[in-house]
Design a protein around this ligand. Structure first.
Ligand SMILES: NC(=O)c1ccc[n+]([C@@H]2O[C@H](COP(=O)([O-])OP(=O)(O)OC[C@H]3O[C@@H](n4cnc5c(N)ncnc54)[C@H](OP(=O)(O)O)[C@@H]3O)[C@@H](O)[C@H]2O)c1
Length: 321
């Protein structure tokens, strides 16, 4: 059996529980393709799984119940699939005989849903996962690194903005506009024709302005709430664990029919149109990737340590090859 390099999560805990390992290279069955992974990303979700961190700022006993739920779902003492990693960009190396939609050599990008396994040199993707919309051809105009950094934020922003019904000229506020989800949400809101206020710290003002923000507010400043206007749609793009005085004030700044959505409102479900729509926008509308740092597979512990601090700009990537 041929082996491959993979990062395994040996138990729940800090970044140091991630270990470089050699495991069997997956062999596709007749309903699978095997992808040679070029780039994966370290997402906030990967850190949450590795650390068994409950989203949403809950207290005892809800937090303990939710942690128990996570153990039942993910694995009791460690993740059942020890190879984490939700997103990937790479090349199809081989296909099973029942695979019609992809061929050897295709450049692909994917969001693995619950199977994970992208912190490795190779990953199998099943026909069922392909039909569920978890892998498509990579957008032609971006590199593997750019593609891998667009997927997580792209899918989450698409999911949590789909009921926003933003119309041209409406006022939108993206809270946490400098993160993986925020950088795409901001660009989507501009694509829909909104006037966009981006909330981030002042060090990220240039970044969000370059993505199209019309106005910037600094969540670290005490008196920034005075500058809030009325918004037709507000997206909390960083989740309940990240808050500020300004965030609390935002919730009272909606228009009469305005809507406030948090990325922690329910669990993400990937629909088959998410990735194709994102690909179309990347190829035709110039939706841009924001890459903060790039690490090698060997430096995964360092990458997790950085992401866990909660202040990355856009995305942190792992180049596997
Ligand atoms: N519902 C679901 O199924 C689901 C699934 C996955 C993820 N999620 C949610 O999505 C979140 C991950 O979002 P992400 O990947 O976009 O985050 P991220 O990239 O890790 O966020 C980093 C950004 O957050 C900003 N930030 C830090 N503290 C902040 C605060 N108090 N207020 C405003 N901005 C702040 C930082 O800017 P500064 O450096 O300027 O502080 C940084 O640019 C998860 O934590 C979870 O809550 C939900």
């Amino acid at each position: 059996m041929t082996e491959m390099k993979a990062i395994c999560c040996t138990k729940y805990g800090g970044p140091e529980v991630l270990e470089m390992s050699r495991i069997n290279k997956p062999v596709p069955n007749e309903d699978e393709v095997v992808v040679k992974i070029h780039t994966t990303a370290v997402t906030a979700s990967d850190c949450a799984i590795r650390g068994l961190n409950v989203p949403g700022g809950h207290e005892f006993p809800i937090k303990q119940f939710m942690r128990l739920g996570m153990r039942l779902f993910l694995g009791f003492t460690k993740p059942r699939n020890p190879v984490l990693g939700l997103v990937f960009s790479g090349v199809v190396e081989a296909t099973g005989e029942n695979i019609q939609s992809f061929k050897k050599g295709d450049e692909v990008v994917g969001f693995t849903g619950n199977s994970r396994g992208a912190y490795a040199e190779y990953k199998c993707v099943s026909n069922k996962e392909i039909e569920a919309g978890e892998m498509i051809l990579k957008p032609k105009n971006v590199s593997h690194n750019e593609a891998a950094s667009l997927v997580y934020g792209g899918v989450l922003a698409t999911h949590f903005m789909k009921t926003s019904n933003i119309e041209i000229g409406e006022s939108v506020l993206i809270y946490g506009a400098s993160g993986a989800i925020g950088t795409i949400a901001l660009q989507l809101a501009k694509h829909y024709g909104a006037y966009v206020t981006a909330v981030c710290s002042a060090k990220n003002f240039d970044l969000v302005a370059s993505l199209g923000a019309d106005k910037m507010l600094d969540y670290t400043k005490e008196d920034e709430s005075n500058k809030l206007e009325r918004y037709d749609f507000i997206l909390d793009a960083v989740g309940e664990n990240k808050t500020s005085k300004l965030k609390l004030a935002c919730k009272k700044s909606l228009t009469t029919n305005g809507k406030y959505v948090s990325v922690d409102d329910g669990l993400l479900k990937i629909y088959p149109d998410y990735l194709p729509t994102l690909k179309h926008l990347i190829e035709t509308d110039g939706i841009r990737a924001v890459i903060d740092k790039v690490y090698s597979l060997e430096n995964m512990v360092e990458a997790h340590t950085y992401v866990e601090k909660g202040h990355k700009k856009g995305n942190v990537l792992i180049e596997v090859v």
